[in-house]
Design a protein around this ligand. Structure first.
Ligand SMILES: [Zn+2]
Length: 154
């Protein structure tokens, strides 16, 4: 039996209000799918998740749960996962901040994979989400130590 577990990456209130669902945009992509795959491979290696077969898809806002920027489904027995990240066309952030946010989404969803062995427990889900958010932010912040995230200490 394949067990699919789903986690959602909720938009940070400060940084990215979700775009309205009925807006139709066709703005040119500011992030290529090659870039997204490069981030996936880089962070999969850094996080020692090479034994997972992970796919990443850039999806439109209507393919994600409302108010989310990313999503991951995985199968522990098969060691496979599919990450969805929001299409730059549907972001409400300034264009120059979109790539960094998409990379953070990928890191965030990959950190969830490390916790995939834990039993699914509704009561700990919020705590898990907070832990994943903090670890992913810290990792990305370390990489860009010249650009502290909004919640970092000065
Ligand atoms: Zn999450």
């Amino acid at each position: 039996m394949v067990i699919l577990i789903t986690f959602l990456l909720f938009a940070s209130l400060a940084s990215a209000a979700p775009a309205s669902r009925d807006r139709v945009t066709s703005a040119p992509a500011v992030v290529s799918s090659e870039q997204v795959h490069d981030w996936l491979h880089l962070w999969q290696k850094r996080l020692h998740l090479e034994d997972w077969k992970v796919e990443v898809k850039i999806v439109r806002i209507w393919d994600l749960e409302q108010g989310t920027l990313g999503h991951i489904d995985w199968s522990v027995p098969h060691k496979t996962a599919v990450i969805k990240v929001l299409n730059p066309a549907d972001y409400e952030l300034p264009k120059d901040r979109v790539p960094a946010d998409m990379e953070l989404s990928i890191v965030h969803e990959l950190v969830h994979l490390h916790l995939s062995a834990l039993p699914l427990n509704k009561s700990s889900r919020n705590a898990e989400e907070q832990v994943v958010t903090m670890i992913a932010n810290a990792l990305v912040d370390l990489e860009r130590h010249d650009q502290p995230l909004p919640n970092s200490l000065p």
